[in-house]
Design a protein around this ligand. Sequence first.
Ligand SMILES: *Cc1c(COP(=O)(O)O)cnc(C)c1O
Length: 389
Amino acid sequence: MARVYLSVPHMGGEEERFVREAFATNWLSSVGPNLDGFERDFEARVGLPAVALASGTAALHLGLRLLGVGPGDEVICSSLTFVATANPITYLGAQPVFVDSERESWNMDPALLAEALADAKRRGKLPKAIIVVHLYGQSADLDPILALGVEYGVPVLEDAAEAVGTLYKGRPVGSFGAVSVFSFNGNKLITTTGGGMLVAQDRAHVEKARFWSQQARDPGIAYHHTELGYNYRMSNVLAGIGRGQALVIDERVRQRRAVAFAYRDAFADLEGLTLAPQAPWGLHTNWLSCFLIDEAALGCSRDALIAGLAAEDIESRPIWKPLHAQPLFAGCRMFGGAVAEDVFARGICLPSSSSLPAADFERVVEVVRLTVRRSREARAAGEPPCAST
Ligand SMILES: *Cc1c(COP(=O)(O)O)cnc(C)c1O
């Protein structure tokens, strides 16, 4: 039987037509109609000017620089996220200050953000930016976070890498912050094999990011440079994949949600295995189907479940390891931490592809149930947990 992966690319059918057009017209570099078209697709969706870049990480790097982040600065950042959220802070010579999640959405806790900002003010060193992550396709509670940004005069950057298609109070995430970024990495809700998008309230920000992304070459025929640039532009070929994928975003959201809710229903009788919270303020795309395990109630540990699935060639993963617990960020300031640590310790992501075949879905459900049953039997017999898997 074929391996079941966590999250695989899912083409909609029109991508090759856009890519063939790029070949037919020889627009094979970092200029062309697909780039313009893909940017317009996002402008229409988010309602803000957009620039297509080589990755979400590149978009974060440029976004933080747009907000003036530089050496010695501090940037407040969600702790429960993928490392790519915070790495660009370090690229710029600045330091992250981490904030824990709240239970309702697993995203930045506004009360702890308030503490972090009050502390920064007391120390006389306000952060240059606040990075709020919309984890696994669920929006953070943006209203109180944006209000704190206004109160302290600190701009908010939305890391919506995992949240293409996500809504907060009916509006797309990425439309709230001063700057926001999306990712089209191969495992995300839509993909260009690799790529990202930066959007901003201020059109001048987007134009500056575009300029920096192409080595910051000043206008004129000479190779004249006054600012530091990067090679961060998306290619017109990959933007063709993006145009095809942009046509199916809403369909992919429906499919991802359907997978998550089908697992929830299939496990309804398994006490101790609970779908990630669906906060009342938004539309959670459930980019990944995440569950929390209560080991005592389930009778099986998170790691035993991952091992049981792996033995049947099914890929599953823990929730992101919080950044404040990473050796890379040892010594960084942290506010709270218990929620992120608990979600990491007990959380699991199950195969979540929008193209997940029904037979594979059934197999995942069956192996989860089998693993739990064996573990419960082993525990009842006094054996070490999950010894049989
Ligand atoms: C994927 C991801 C990124 C980085 O995007 P890339 O396109 O892979 O560079 C940033 N932040 C989060 C939360 C992500 O999941």
